[in-house]
Design a protein around this ligand. Structure first.
Ligand code: G6P
Length: 368
């Protein structure tokens, strides 16, 4: 059933719209009475909690999912989390130790770079954890333990529902690893409450489909599109830009908003479209000041904000605003990526490109 398009024109669109269900499936049986249970990690939990460092390793969208989960993993576990793009880890022969927990994230579980990085981490004695959508994949078989994301079969080359399910699984991992800490109990309860509301909020944000199509229409002839995010939404900027580049074949860059003044600001003029992610969390006021600085340079802004904040982020009504439902900070990136997925989808169709099979790309890259 899952490999048919049903009422949808393309797999990418179907998979975007499946997200309320795929997220529900990802969480099924894992949240009971306010406690997270991840059977696949149970036997190794002591070792994970004692590790000196957690390293997230992946490629493409899977790397971005790990980046989105990094802040909450650090906050709930008190263990430093570092990020490695699999190929770069191998190029640098990065240092990795027995006291490390290495978390490998891969939708297919067959990406060559990720599997080579896994071999490398195994040789160095790290505890290796897999986060994958593919039961029986090489990643699932070769890691010491892991969690399946249960997103269902993903056909579109551009990953959508696997991305949001990967984030949800890594947030649940953070809850499980940090579950012995009294100091974060209130935060953990807020996240669990957020997880139960998540599918409904994703359902709500999908109603922006028409608005994203209209936005895509206004951008079809552009050469370039920038996306600025920070904190929990740095990953959203990178992943949103990756979606636009891989399917709509438009140059797009996701940037850390804190770095804007160190270079990217030179690009700002009244023509280059810039999406600024400014939903509510600890970095909201910093994003407000980024918006002011961009306005002062006559930037052409599209601002993503929390529902009800339009007049706060854009007092003079000059920018286009995308309002999204608010949820606990570490889950906001799941809500925020969905309008970007829809935007990339519509841009691709309007520009006349192949959504499900973008040129030069493969769903699973099994060569180095
Ligand atoms: C390819 C795909 C991407 C994907 C990446 C990692 O490049 O085109 O969509 O994010 O591989 O794939 P994985 O299966 O390891 O998540």
């Amino acid at each position: 059933e899952q490999i048919k398009k049903g009422d949808f024109d393309h797999f990418m669109k179907k998979e975007i719209h499946e997200q309320p269900d795929s997220l529900t499936t990802s969480m099924r049986g894992r949240l009971k009475d306010g406690v997270v249970g991840l059977g696949g990690l149970k036997d190794h939990m002591r070792t994970i909690r004692r590790s000196r460092r957690i390293i997230f390793i992946g490629c493409g969208t899977s790397y971005h999912a790990a980046l989105a989960a990094r802040p909450i993993m650090e906050e709930l576990t008190d263990i430093p989390v570092t990020m490695e793009i699999a190929s770069d880890m191998l190029d640098r022969k990065a240092l990795i130790f027995k006291e490390d927990t290495a978390v490998f994230v891969s939708q297919s579980g067959e990406t060559a770079d990720t599997l080579l990085a896994l071999e490398y981490a195994l040789q160095h004695g790290a505890l290796c954890v897999g986060v994958t959508n593919t039961v029986g994949s090489t990643l699932a078989r070769k890691t010491h333990c892991g969690v399946h994301i249960n997103a269902g079969c993903e056909i579109g080359v551009a990953s959508t529902k696997a991305y949001t399910c990967q984030i949800v699984v890594m947030v649940m991992m953070a809850l499980a690893i940090g579950s012995d800490k009294m100091s974060t109990l209130a935060k953990r309860e807020a996240i669990i409450a957020g997880l139960t509301k998540l599918p409904e909020k994703v359902h709500d944000v999908l109603k922006l489909d028409g608005e994203m199509k209209a936005l895509a229409q206004s951008l079809i002839d552009e050469q370039s599109l920038l996306m600025f995010g920070r904190g929990n939404n740095y990953a959203t900027a990178l992943e949103g830009a990756l979606k636009v580049k891989e399917v709509a074949l438009m140059h797009s860059e996701g940037m850390l908003a804190g770095e804007m003044k160190h270079g990217p600001l030179a690009l700002v003029d009244e023509y280059l479209p810039i999406i600024v992610i400014a939903t509510r969390d600890d970095s909201f006021s910093k994003q407000q000041s980024v918006i002011q600085q961009l306005h002062a340079r006559k930037g052409r802004l599209i601002v993503m904000c929390s529902e009800g904040d339009a007049s706060l982020v854009c007092p003079d009504g000059r920018s286009r605003v995308i309002e999204v439902p608010r949820i606990v900070d570490c889950l906001q990136s799941i809500i925020n990526i969905i309008p970007m997925q829809l935007l990339a989808y519509h841009l691709t169709v309007l520009r006349g490109y192949n959504v499900d099979q973008p040129r030069n790309l493969a769903k699973s890259v099994t060569t180095q």
